[in-house]
Design a protein around this ligand. Structure first.
Ligand code: NAD
Length: 527
C-alpha cells in the first residue's frame, strides 16, 4: 500500500490484483490532466533555465492524432553546446559532494515523483498509448528504481577500499570515480522508468547529465526534470534537450561528453558505440538494446498457464517491449491444445483507447509500426504461413485516428525466416512446433539478440537444460504473468546479452551503478 494515500500501488508483484481504487482515481484525473497540461509549449531545460533554441515541433498522441500534447524544441547545435557546458560546469561541485548528500537528494526526488506519479503516468499513457496499468506500473517502477539504486549506492559507499601493500610505509586505495558528463538517450516505450533509471545511474554516481528523450515523449521528460529540480538537485546536474536523431547525433558527436547511457534499438546503439570507439580515445557506452525473445512450451507444461503468460508477453504494450515475446516453440504433443487456448485467450484481449479501464492494450506508436506489421503479415503469407489470429489493422472511430493493431498469431513460418529473426516491435508472434527441446533452444539462440527467454515445463531436467543453455540475460520459467516480460528493481536485473547490450551488466540489479564510474588506484608512501 502507498502509505501517503492508502491507495494500492500498481507493482510487478501484484499486477493481477483488483485495482478499482486506481481506476476510480484515473477516471477523475485523466480528463483533468488533459485540460490542465496539454497543448502548451515545453521548453528545454539548460543550467536550470528554460531554453527554446532550435526548431519548434508539436506532438500528438498515438491514441488520437487530433489530441495535441505539446510543443517542444529540437535542440540545435547552440543548445546542445550550452547543455553540455552547463553539465560540465556543474560537474566539479556535484562530483565532490559526499555520497550521502547525493543519496539524500535522489531520495527526495523519489518522494517528489511519488507525489507526482499520477501526472507522470497519465503523460506516459497519452504519449505512448499504453494502458492504465502499464502506465501506473511504470511510474511506480521509476520510484522504486531510485530507492533501490540509492540503497545499493549507500551499501558500497564510499566506493573505495584499501589494497594490499608491497612495501612498508606504502598505502594504496582503490576507488571508483565519475567520468564527467553523461549523455542520457532514451527510447519511446518507457519514457518515465527508463529515463529515471539511466539518469539516476549517471548522477547518483557523481556524473552530470544531458538528457535527450525520444522526440514524442518530451512532456514526460519535462515533467520529470521539473520534479528533479523541485527536489533540490542543483541546476546543471540534469539538462534536458528534446529532439530526434539530429539532436541525438549532436550530443553523441560532442567532445565535451565523457560517456553515454543509451536504451533503444540495436541499430542506433551500435552507431553510438562505433562512434565512441573511433575517436582519439574510446568513451564508455552503456547500451541496452532490442530483443527477439523466445519461449518454450514443452510436453510437460501447464497449458493454461503457458497460454496466459505467452499472450501477456507477446501482446502487452502491443508488442512494443524490448522483452516482448515474438517466437514460441511448442512441443508437437501439446501443439494443438496450446494453440487453441492461446488463440482463445488472445481473442479476449481488448484493444482500444487506453484511457478506458478495460483496455488491455492501445495503439502502436506510429504509422511506421503499422507498415512494419503489414509487411510482416504479407511476408508470412507469401512464405506459406497461416495467420491464426489478427492480421488486419483495426479501423472505425478513434482507431481511424491512430494505428491500432490486433494481437496476431502466425503459424507455419520457418524459424530462420526474417520475421522469426528480426525485432518487429508490433503485436506479432510466430509459433514453431518441435520434438527435441535442445534443438528448439538452439534455434531460439540463433539470433543476434539475447535479452529474455522463458519456458513452461513441469520437468526438472527440461528446466535445467533451459537455464543452462538459453543465451539471454533474463530467464523466466512457468510464469502466468508473462513468459518473457516483467522486471522490477531488486527483483529481476535486466541485462542484454549479445546484440541486446554492450556492457554485460544490466539495469535494476547490483552491477548497474559501477558502470557509471572509472577505477583509480592511488599509492602513497607514508614514511
Ligand atoms: P530508437 O533507437 O529509434 O531511439 C532511441 C533514442 O535514440 C531516441 O531518443 C532517438 O531519438 C535517439 N536517436 C535516434 N537516432 C540517433 C542517432 N543517430 N544518434 C543519437 N541518438 C539517436 O529506439 P525507439 O524506437 O525509441 O525504442 C525502441 C527500441 O528500444 C527497441 O529496439 C527496443 O527493443 C529498445 N528497448 C530496449 C530496452 C532494453 O532495456 N534493452 C528497453 C526499452 C526499449
Amino acid at each position: 500500500m502507498n502509505a501517503a494515500s492508502g491507495m494500492q500501488r500498481v507493482t510487478y508483484s501484484n499486477l493481477r490484483s483488483d485495482f478499482s481504487g486506481v481506476h476510480a482515481e484515473l477516471d477523475r484525473r485523466i480528463g483533468e490532466f488533459e485540460r490542465r497540461e496539454l497543448g502548451r509549449p515545453r521548453a528545454n531545460r539548460i543550467g536550470g533555465r528554460d531554453d527554446t533554441r532550435g526548431v519548434a515541433y508539436a506532438t500528438a498522441s498515438p491514441i488520437d492524432a487530433d489530441l495535441v500534447l505539446a510543443t517542444h524544441f529540437a535542440a540545435d547545435g547552440d543548445a546542445v553546446d550550452a547543455a553540455v557546458e552547463a553539465a560540465r560546469a556543474a560537474f566539479g561541485d556535484w562530483s565532490r559532494r559526499a555520497p550521502d548528500t547525493r543519496i539524500r537528494i535522489l531520495r527526495a526526488v523519489a518522494d517528489e515523483l511519488e507525489r507526482r506519479k499520477w501526472d507522470l503516468a497519465i503523460a506516459a499513457l497519452l504519449e505512448v498509448g499504453k494502458s492504465r496499468l502499464e502506465a501506473m506500473g511504470e511510474a511506480e517502477e521509476a520510484i522504486d528504481m531510485i530507492r533501490y539504486y540509492a540503497a545499493e549506492f549507500e551499501e558500497e559507499a564510499p566506493w573505495q577500499r584499501p589494497l594490499q601493500r608491497a612495501f612498508a610505509g606504502e598505502e594504496t586505495v582503490d576507488r571508483l570515480r565519475p567520468h564527467g558528463v553523461f549523455g542520457v538517450i532514451a527510447p519511446f516505450n518507457y519514457p518515465v522508468a527508463l529515463s529515471v533509471g539511466m539518469l539516476t545511474g549517471a548522477i547518483l554516481t557523481g556524473n552530470t547529465a544531458v538528457y535527450k528523450p525520444s522526440p514524442g515523449t518530451g512532456l514526460t521528460a519535462r515533467l520529470l526534470v521539473d520534479a528533479f529540480q523541485a527536489s533540490g538537485l542543483p541546476p546543471g546536474v540534469v539538462n534536458l534537450v528534446c529532439g530526434g536523431a539530429d539532436t541525438g547525433r549532436l550530443l553523441v558527436h560532442h567532445p565535451g561528453v565523457a560517456g553515454f547511457v543509451f536504451t533503444g534499438s540495436h541499430r542506433i546503439g551500435m552507431e553510438i558505440l562505433r562512434h565512441c570507439a573511433g575517436g582519439r580515445y574510446a568513451r564508455p557506452v552503456i547500451a541496452e538494446m532490442g530483443g527477439k525473445n523466445p519461449a518454450f512450451v514443452t510436453a510437460h507444461a501447464d497449458i493454461d498457464t503457458a497460454a496466459e503468460g505467452v499472450a501477456r508477453s507477446a501482446f502487452g504494450l502491443s508488442g512494443q517491449k524490448c522483452s516482448a515475446l515474438s517466437r514460441v516453440f511448442v512441443h508437437a504433443a501439446v501443439y494443438d491444445p496450446f494453440v487453441e487456448r492461446l488463440a482463445s485467450r488472445t481473442r479476449g484481449l481488448a484493444v482500444g483507447d487506453p484511457r478506458a479501464a478495460g483496455v488491455f492494450t492501445g495503439p502502436v506508436i506510429d504509422a511506421q509500426a503499422g507498415l512494419r506489421f503489414a509487411a510482416a503479415v504479407a511476408d508470412a503469407r507469401a512464405a506459406g504461413g497461416t495467420v491464426r489470429c489478427g492480421g488486419e489493422r483495426l479501423t472505425g472511430g478513434i482507431m481511424d485516428r491512430g494505428t491500432y493493431l490486433p494481437p496476431t498469431i502466425v503459424e507455419g513460418i520457418a524459424a530462420d525466416h526474417r520475421i522469426s529473426r528480426d525485432e518487429l516491435f508490433v503485436p506479432f508472434v510466430t509459433l514453431h512446433p518441435f520434438d527435441d527441446l535442445a534443438a528448439a533452444i538452439r534455434e531460439g539462440n540463433a539470433v543476434d539478440y539475447g535479452l529474455t527467454a522463458g519456458i513452461y515445463t513441469g520437468d526438472a531436467a527440461e528446466l535445467a537444460a533451459f537455464v543452462e543453455s538459453a543465451e539471454a540475460g533474463v530467464l523466466y520459467a512457468n510464469r502466468p504473468s508473462g513468459a518473457t516480460t516483467g522486471a522490477w528493481p531488486g527483483i529481476q536485473s535486466f541485462c542484454g546479452w549479445k546484440g541486446s547490450g554492450t556492457s554485460g551488466k544490466g539495469g535494476l540489479g547490483p552491477h548497474y551503478l559501477a558502470q557509471f564510474m572509472r577505477e583509480q588506484s592511488c599509492t602513497i608512501m607514508r614514511s
